[in-house]
Design a protein around this ligand. Structure first.
Ligand code: MRU
Length: 370
C-alpha cells in the first residue's frame, strides 16, 4: 500500500546476489516515525518478530520464511542441516499464537528437504518469495470477497456511510500487503462506497491507535479512534453496521484467536444483532485444532506493556510513562478466543463461509482428513 504516495510492502529485499538484503518497516516507531530496518542475521529476524518490529499473523509468517533464507545464506558449510534446524526452532519460538509462523516454517522445511549449500539458499529464497507473494494476493482476494458484504450493508443504509468497527491492526501492516480485516474496507473505499471505521485503540500496545489509524489515514479512509470499551455503547445506539476483525489462529471449527478484547466485541455485537466477521487467509487456519478456547496457545507478554505507555511528548520526543503505582503487579495476555457461535462469517481468499467445520471444509475440502 502507499506511504506518502510511494508503494511499500511490509517486508522486501533489495540488491542482487551476495548483496541482496532483507528490509522491514519497523512498526514500533509508527506512527511517529517511518523507519526502515535491514535484517542481516537470523538473530535479527528473531528479534524483529519477538520485539514486534514486525507483527500481525501474515507478516510474522512472511518474516519467518525470509528468516530461513537469511539463515541458509549464513550457514556454516560443515553442519548445514543442524544449523538450519536450530535456526528454524529459534524462529518458531519467537511468538506462539499466530499459526502463520509454524505454517511458513513448515513450507520452508519441505522446500529445503534434501538440499544444502547454494541450492538450499536458492530454494529458501524462492519459497520465501512465494510465501510473501501469496500472502499479498490472498489478502487482495479477501478484499474482493469482503467488499460484497460492505456493498450489501451500503444498500441497506443509502445516504450514509457504512460504519465498520475493527479491533487491533489487521491492515496491510499486519500482512505483506492489503491486510485481512481492512482489505474489504480499502476495496469498498476504492470502489466509491462511503465507509467509516471505528478504530479500537487496542490496549496495551495500542496497535489500533498507532497502526490502524495511521494506515487508514495514509489511504484517506474516514475513521475515528475510540477507547477500547466504547464499542458496546456504539452498537447499542445503532452506530456500528458490522464488525470486521482479523485473526491469528482459527480452528477447523471456526473458533478465532485475535488480539485481546476481541471476544468482548463479539459478545456486544451478538447482543445488538451486529454481524461480526473475521477475515483471514488460509495460512491462519489450524486444521489440527477444534476447540479454540481450550487449545489455542495464548501468548502472555511482559507486564510492562500494561504498566507503561509510550507516546509523543509535546517536545517532539517519543517517551514512555508509567500509568500505575510503582510496584503494581500486572498480567498481559495478548490474545483471546472468540467462539465460532459469535461469528457471522469468515472472509477468506476463497470466499465467505460460515464459521463452522462444515462451512470451512466447504471452501477447503483438501483439509477434511487433517
Ligand atoms: O500482537 P500482534 O500485533 O502481532 O497481534 C496480531 C494482531 O494485530 C491482531 O490480533 C490482528 O487482528 C490479527 S493479525 C492479522
Amino acid at each position: 500500500m502507499n506511504v506518502d504516495g510511494r508503494h511499500y510492502r511490509t517486508i522486501w529485499t533489495e540488491g542482487e546476489g551476495e548483496d541482496e538484503t532483507l528490509f522491514i518497516i519497523d512498526q514500533t516507531a509508527l506512527p511517529h516515525e517511518f523507519r526502515v530496518k535491514a535484517l542481516r542475521t537470523v538473530d535479527d529476524v528473531c528479534r524483529a518478530i519477538r520485539d514486534m518490529w514486525v507483527r500481525g499473523a501474515g507478516l510474522i509468517g512472511a518474516a519467518a520464511a525470509w528468516g530461513v533464507w537469511v539463515a541458509a545464506r549464513t550457514a556454516p558449510e560443515g553442519d548445514f542441516a543442524g544449523f538450519m534446524a536450530r535456526c528454524m526452532e529459534a524462529l518458531r519460538l519467537t511468538r506462539p499464537t499466530a499459526s502463520n509462523l509454524a505454517w511458513a516454517l513448515e513450507r520452508q522445511k519441505k522446500a529445503l528437504a534434501g538440499r544444502s549449500g547454494r541450492e538450499a539458499v536458492l530454494a529458501a529464497h524462492a519459497e520465501a518469495k512465494a510465501v510473501a507473494d501469496e500472502d499479498a494476493e490472498f489478502c487482495r482476494r479477501i478484499g474482493a470477497h469482503g467488499l460484497r458484504l460492505i456493498e450489501e450493508a451500503a444498500a441497506k443504509h443509502p445516504g450514509r456511510p457504512v460504519n465498520i468497527l475493527t479491533h487491533c491492526n489487521a491492515g496491510w501492516l499486519a500482512f505483506v500487503d492489503y491486510g485481512s480485516a481492512l482489505s474489504p474496507v480499502y476495496a469498498a473505499f476504492d470502489a466509491g462506497i462511503p465507509v467509516h471505521v471505528w478504530v479500537d485503540e487496542t490496549r496495551p500496545r495500542n496497535q489500533g491507535a498507532s497502526l490502524t489509524a495511521w494506515e487508514l489515514g495514509m489511504h484517506g479512509v474516514p475513521h475515528d479512534l475510540i477507547a477500547d470499551n466504547a464499542g458496546g455503547h456504539l452498537m447499542q445506539h445503532g452506530m456500528v453496521d458490522m464488525v470486521i476483525t482479523g485473526a491469528d489462529r482459527v480452528t477447523r471449527c471456526g473458533d478465532a484467536a485475535n488480539k485481546i478484547g476481541t471476544y468482548l466485541k463479539a459478545l456486544a455485537a451478538a447482543d445488538n444483532n451486529v454481524p461480526f466477521y473475521v477475515a483471514l487467509p488460509s495460512s491462519t487456519f489450524d486444521f489440527s485444532l477444534r476447540d479454540g478456547v481450550r487449545d489455542i496457545p495464548i501468548e502472555e507478554r511482559n507486564a510492562d506493556e500494561v504498566r507503561v505507555m509510550t507516546g509523543l511528548a509535546d517536545d517532539g520526543r517519543v517517551t514512555s510513562v508509567r500509568i500505575c503505582p510503582a510496584g503494581t503487579s500486572a498480567r498481559n495476555w495478548a490474545f483471546d478466543v472468540t467462539p465460532a457461535r459469535l461469528i457471522a462469517g469468515l472472509i477468506t481468499e476463497r470466499g465467505v463461509c460460515e464459521a463452522s467445520e462444515q462451512g470451512i471444509l466447504s471452501l477447503y475440502p483438501e483439509h477434511r482428513n487433517d
